[in-house]
Design a binder for this molecule. Structure first.
Ligand SMILES: [Zn+2]
Length: 393
């Protein structure tokens, strides 16, 4: 067995991880868990306290004698800036280091207006929401955008869907105003991360399907987000359905599920059938009123989505499929058709314990997912050690 050397001793970043996860809450715990000497524990804890990442509380229950000082992760020790961009709605927020939203604002903005319009709006809104707070408090930025993203570089990739954003490297633009780590991911990945961490933290395999203006999925596999080679994992919207009728999709292919069953497709088909529907809310009203033709169109869309999801379930074998997005949230008949087809078409083994559930966090999952994404990165032991070293030098 290799001897424990100074190089393998727990760093301040690892000590923070132990405190943050609750694995060690006193200096004595830390000594026991890490094998560090008392002075070494003291040094690391002192550094973290000085940095505002850890606070001491003297309120631990006493078993007689002096109660040990409890160490707590200081969620108020900084903030992260987050933005969940949707095709037609965007939420911008400031969160604490536990991912709780401190202030936020919603915008009805068309992302197709492009980065020159949207990014300055985000930056100004964060500035506004921060108010008098010192800008050194900002530890990172997390964003979800409705496009395929090459995650490592924060570069938007999808040429056909968010054309004005093609090839845009978002992080350098954000860093001009806020010189901190900037993480950008696909919007549905952010929803999947948020719903996973917030509602199903004990499950390792989850698929989040967003049915809204567009259709997409975010996949949690083995406990982490599955991004694929170029960030395009989970792009189920452009899988074709059978007998779709030859609908040309904006991606150039024919009968993609997105082109026959998304919110956009529903509105188009209902209008073609003579219904006066401008928004998803109009469709909801017709469903509530029990309009037979609308119900049939919605059910058909559900079957189409179910067909594609059944294939995805066979490949990924998730424990839970979460259905979110305003279309899924508004239509009971759509969700029941999806369920029916997935259970009928997927293999018995893949569906034996499969749950299909509506999103519990709704649009809020986007903001919390972006916060989790950036916090996991900036509070990782490596990142904390690097920033402490940077500061010391
Ligand atoms: Zn397509």
């Amino acid at each position: 067995m290799p001897r424990r050397t100074a190089a393998t001793l727990a760093t301040s970043g690892e000590v923070l991880r132990l405190i943050r996860s609750g694995e060690a809450v006193t200096r004595a715990d830390l000594g026991r868990v890490t094998g560090l000497s008392r002075p070494a524990v003291q040094l690391r804890v002192g550094e973290l306290i000085e940095r505002g990442l850890v606070v001491e509380r003297a309120d631990a229950p006493s078993t007689g004698g002096r109660p040990p000082v409890r160490l707590e992760f200081n969620a108020a020790g900084g903030v992260v800036l987050v933005a969940a961009l949707g095709a037609s709605r965007t939420r911008v927020a400031v969160c604490d280091l536990a991912g709780r939203e401190l202030a936020g604002r919603d915008f009805a903005i068309d992302v197709e207006q492009g980065p020159d319009v949207v990014l300055p709006l985000l930056l100004d809104t964060w500035d506004d929401l921060l108010g008098d707070r010192p800008r050194e408090d900002v530890k990172g930025v997390g964003m979800g955008v409705p496009a395929t993203v090459e995650f490592a570089r924060g570069r938007t990739e999808s040429v056909r869907v968010m054309a004005s954003w093609t090839g845009v490297l978002i992080p350098p633009i954000v860093r001009e105003r806020f010189p901190v780590p900037v993480l950008v991911d696909n919007d549905v990945n952010a929803l999947a991360i948020g719903e996973h961490r917030g509602v199903y933290p004990d499950l390792d395999d989850l698929m989040f399907v967003k049915v809204s203006t567009r259709i997409g999925a975010g996949v949690i596999a083995g406990g982490g987000i599955l991004r694929g080679a170029l960030g395009a994992a989970g792009e189920i919207g452009h899988i074709p359905v059978r007998d779709g009728g030859g609908v040309l999709c904006r991606c150039g292919n024919v009968d993609c599920v997105d082109s026959v069953a998304s919110g956009t497709a529903l509105l188009r088909d209902l209008r073609a059938a003579g219904k006066d529907v401008k928004t998803i809310a109009d469709v909801t009203a017709l469903v509530r009123a029990g309009d037979a033709e609308t119900m049939a169109t919605v059910r058909e869309a559900g079957r189409r989505i179910g067909e594609v999801l059944a294939g995805a379930v066979n490949i990924l074998n998730p424990s839970v499929v979460v259905l979110g997005g305003d279309v899924a949230e508004a239509f009971g008949p759509l969700v029941s058709s999806i369920r029916e087809v997935v259970y009928r078409r997927s293999t018995a083994l893949a569906t034996r314990r499969l749950r299909i559930e509506p999103s519990r966090l709704g649009a809020g999952a986007g903001i919390s997912g972006c916060a989790v994404m950036v916090l996991d990165s900036v509070l990782s032991p490596e990142a904390v050690d690097e920033s402490l070293a940077h500061r010391a030098s």
